[in-house]
Design a protein around this ligand. Structure first.
Ligand SMILES: [Mg+2]
Length: 272
């Protein structure tokens, strides 16, 4: 754990790590307060592609997180990163995303009409949009019109209160498979996502810890991007055996904790 002692800031996943839908994980509320009291900088980093930052903040308050401890600027999502990306590249897009996520994307860049004028297809978690008609239109845009495939993330599945559910990943891969196009991935585990998060925190990635319940996108992805220390929590989408994804990394660069609060206690005891 020598390396953990040197870490200056935390990147923290949301769903599955500090809460599952409207319930916090064990002692997570107290753990976030302890981090704040210890003046450890932290940023919540989420691959959500359907909830706005304000929606997430409202949910965290509903779950019981303290209004003084968590503010809007401490939340960074793949939706925000997608907004930055489409604005910078000024691409008119066909949305395969939920209506709620469209509130963050500039309206002039969104074009729902199926007239083949879009320059990209943006895919997020959008159960109601993944119809054959929409998927097929997207496939034709990519194949016949050279559109770019942009994925908010390629999450395989996530945890909901009724069990594991499909993420956007399988739909992105279906479009990649059919069109022979490779998606630009905006959220975790892309390097640009972690770089933007590090810039917001003002702490180099090599001095940041990433804590999450997704062994591949949160932990392996972060370590590959240059994050200093990875933590896999056994909550949320964690499945027995997920630890094995980490076996190729240096033992001193990661740990597995039962939950977020257990890790926070370990971290605070190491840095004190
Ligand atoms: Mg998660």
């Amino acid at each position: 754990m020598n390396r953990l002692k040197r870490m200056k800031a935390l990147l923290i996943d949301l769903n599955g790590t500090i809460h599952i839908e409207d319930t916090s994980t064990p002692n997570a509320i107290e753990a976030v307060t302890l981090l704040k009291q210890a003046e450890v900088p932290f940023l919540f980093v989420s691959n959500t592609s359907k909830e706005s930052r304000q929606g997430i903040l409202n949910r965290l308050y509903r779950v019981g997180f303290d209004k003084k401890t968590i503010v809007l600027d401490q939340i960074f999502t793949s939706l925000t990163a997608a907004k930055n990306y489409v604005e910078q590249n000024d691409v008119k897009l066909f949305p395969l995303v939920s209506d709620s996520s469209l509130t963050e994307i500039p309206t002039e860049l969104v074009h729902k009409q199926k007239d083949f004028t879009q320059k990209s297809v943006l895919v997020g978690l959008a159960p109601d949009s993944f119809t054959f008609e929409n998927m097929n239109y997207s496939f034709r845009l990519l194949t016949n019109h050279g559109a770019e495939l942009i994925a908010m993330n390629k999450g395989r599945y996530h945890k909901t209160s009724s069990g594991l559910s499909l993420g956007p990943g399988p739909f992105v891969e279906a479009l990649e498979f059919a069109s022979g196009t490779k998606a630009t991935v905006i959220g975790k585990p892309s390097l640009s996502f972690f770089n933007q998060a590090s810039k917001i925190l003002g702490v180099q990635l090599a001095n940041c810890v990433m804590v999450g319940d997704d062994a591949r996108d949160d932990v392996c992805g972060a370590l590959e991007a240059g994050v200093g220390f990875g933590v896999l929590v056994r909550s949320g989408k964690f499945l027995h055996g997920d630890e094995s994804f980490l076996k190729d990394f240096d033992d001193d660069s990661y740990c597995v904790a039962d939950n977020f609060a257990e890790f926070v206690n370990l971290y605070l005891s190491q840095i004190e």
